[in-house]
Design a protein around this ligand. Structure first.
Ligand code: GDP
Ligand code: ZN
Length: 355
């Protein structure tokens, strides 16, 4: 059975757990389903719920546990149940914008050490999409590794790897074929006792197939099967935090599979540090890199040092982020107004009445 180290416990969490040492246990969230959590504790698995206090103090969705979280629990005597008292601070997180009028952050995976950005080397190959996933990865706090899958369908694998290495800015790039079990060996360096790996990439790029290879079993059903039989996704055997037989953990949540850009300001800077370094050399600090004199970015493109498409993608993503941020600001403002109104009302009630 699993001990805490196998589950990813380390000195960071040890320290954060210090105040709870007396009377509590630590456990890791393996599945969330409608407010119920399946958690891995030392040598056992429990069904857990947050305490009423946690529920009342929660101000937003991000205050509730998510898959990958380390939580502070109390066991219910003689039952395989527990209550969750607190969430230990996260070392990394992936979140997404919840669909709807207002954007709200929903956390889809936490405490991920390494994230595999999977992209197929088939006709859906798209360098610009890798750039987007890199932003998400850098923003999350997890270390990105680019995996070019379906190498068996590509004639110029070497060229592709080199092309991706250019935009990956130092992150490792590996070409693999899960189907033919080729190129998988180097991935073992990212899987080790207590290390948590998650997967990012569009539907159909081969994430499930790769996960099955790493697991050595048909754990995650491949796409065509999954569509026929969407039942059983949350049966008792289903986990979204998976313990590998050779050590290491995989996170595969539906939310992670639907991830979009969210509040990725810092991530953008990290993923496009080459473009931003060039932009810093432009004569005007607010240079739009279109027709301004002394534009270092334009010069780099003319000289072939920077791909025009990379600049285009950078500007497009920047615009999207500005839009997202403005929506978040609008929401924050609405919340503030709402709160002010309440305070005002409460205040009025307290005023002495005449009459
Ligand atoms: P997911 O949506 O990212 O989980 O993708 P799946 O693992 O379900 O794979 C989608 C399709 O791609 C399936 O038909 C797989 O058989 C196929 N596939 C996955 N890996 C490879 C590969 O290395 N080579 C080839 N040719 N096909 C693959
Ligand atoms: Zn410029």
């Amino acid at each position: 059975m699993h001990d805490l180290k196998t589950l990813g416990w380390n000195t960071h969490f040890e320290k954060e757990f210090e105040p709870y040492r007396e009377g509590y246990e630590a456990a890791r969230v393996a599945l969330e389903y409608q407010g119920l959590y399946r958690v891995f504790a030392e040598s056992c698995e429990l069904l857990a719920e947050v305490t009423g206090k946690v529920r009342h103090q929660a101000r937003e969705r991000a205050d509730f546990p998510a898959v990958g979280d380390w939580v502070v629990i109390n066991r219910v005597p003689n039952e395989n149940k527990a209550t969750i008292h607190s969430i230990l601070p996260r070392t990394s997180k992936f979140s997404r914008k919840v669909a709807g009028e207002l954007s709200e952050e929903q956390i889809v995976a936490t405490n991920v050490d390494t994230v595999f950005l999977v992209q197929g080397l088939d006709k859906n190959y798209n360098l610009r999409r890798i750039e987007r996933y890199l932003i998400l990865a850098f923003e999350s706090g997890a270390r990105p590794v680019v995996i070019l899958s379906k190498a068996d369908l590509c004639e110029d694998v070497e060229d592709r790897v080199r092309e991706v290495e250019k935009v990956a800015l130092g992150s490792p790039v590996h070409a693999i074929s899960a189907k033919k079990s080729e190129g998988l060996e180097p991935l073992n360096q990212y899987l080790g006792l207590g290390i948590t790996v998650a997967f990012l990439g569009s539907s159909g790029v081969g994430k499930s197939t790769l996960i099955n290879r790493l697991l050595g079993e048909e754990r995650q059903k491949v796409q065509d099967v999954r569509e026929e039989d969407s039942k059983g996704r949350h049966t008792t055997t289903h986990r979204e935090l998976i313990i590998l037989p050779q050590g290491g953990l995989l996170i595969d949540t539906p939310g992670m599979r639907e991830l979009q850009l969210w509040d990725a300001g810092e991530g953008l800077t990290d993923s496009f540090s080459d473009v931003e370094a060039l932009a810093a050399e432009c004569r005007f600090s607010d240079c739009a890199h279109t027709s301004e004199p002394g534009c270092a970015v334009k010069v780099a493109i003319t000289e072939g040092a920077l791909d025009a498409k990379r600049l285009e993608n950078y500007m497009k993503i920047q615009k999207e982020l500005e839009f997202l941020n403005s929506r978040q600001d609008a929401r924050a403002q609405a919340n503030r107004k709402e709160r002010d109104k309440k305070i005002h009302k409460a205040f009025n009630r307290m005023k002495p009445r005449r009459g």
